[in-house]
Write a protein that binds this ligand. Structure first.
Ligand code: CA
Length: 240
């Protein structure tokens, strides 16, 4: 897959947040980090800005005056050209975190209020680093390549986080899916364990190198011989 990434000057982030103090703070720090920032105080306005300006990422508050952030995220995921758009949730309460994670909305990350603006910027950068190879913004015209073929029998729908094998939908754990998605976006390339750890686990990493192998073993078990994933001895793995 090609790396046609938006020019740095056009790295727009849409911030959907109805509290003007928080919105301005996030705005300030993201601007200092070199992003162009557009603010929306409602979900409807946020969706409008996203459609108009094709941002590289959305910072999305859960509690909004019109529709909640979950609904906004659902609409982002349902939109053809925005389905793979990274979303960083701002959550106010523990209950909201559970919903962000539990609903499998495809949230890329979240921060809980009150948060450090520096931390938020670090999260934004981390998401963009790991997502810079397959998201909608990578492709000319912003067309989302959300369904990828792995070999002859397996397809992976990045937006719906759904994997299909010869026998139908295959249930994968979150990191198993993330790992498979990363392989899918780098077909034909040998990926080392460390590269996979950085891309798939990033700041969440707390295991050792064998965790990658364990997840690969699970993928092979669940997808069987249809998965064209080769072990490159002493280096790592290659798909296709
Ligand atoms: Ca709010």
């Amino acid at each position: 897959m090609s790396h046609v990434v938006n020019a740095d000057a056009e790295r727009t982030v849409v911030v959907v947040e109805d509290d003007p103090n928080i919105a301005d703070l996030v705005d300030l720090y993201l601007r200092q980090a070199g992003f162009r920032v557009l603010q929306a105080a409602t979900g409807a306005r946020g969706l409008e800005l996203i459609a108009l300006h094709r941002p590289v990422l959305v910072v999305l508050d859960v509690g909004l005056p019109d529709v909640d952030g979950f609904e906004v995220c659902r609409q982002i995921r349902a939109g053809g050209s925005t389905a793979a758009l990274p979303v960083l949730f701002l959550t106010a309460r523990d209950g909201e975190i559970d919903r962000v994670l539990g609903l499998e909305l495809g949230a890329d990350d979240y921060v809980t209020k009150p948060f450090s603006p520096r931390e938020l910027v670090a999260r934004v950068k981390a998401i963009l680093r790991r997502g810079s190879n397959g998201a909608a913004s990578d492709l000319p015209g912003g067309i989302a390549a959300t369904v990828l073929d792995l070999g002859d029998a397996i397809t992976i729908d990045l937006a719906r986080r759904e994997v299909r094998g010869a026998a139908g939908v295959v249930a994968l754990a979150t990191k198993e899916f993330d790992l498979l998605a990363h392989f899918a976006r780098h077909q034909g390339i040998v990926l080392s364990r460390q590269q996979l750890i950085d891309a798939v686990w990033g700041a969440d990493w707390y295991g050792d190198d064998r965790t990658v192998d364990v997840h690969v073993r699970q993928l092979r078990k669940k997808l069987g011989d249809d998965l064209p994933l080769a072990t490159v001895w002493g280096v790592g793995y290659r798909l296709g």
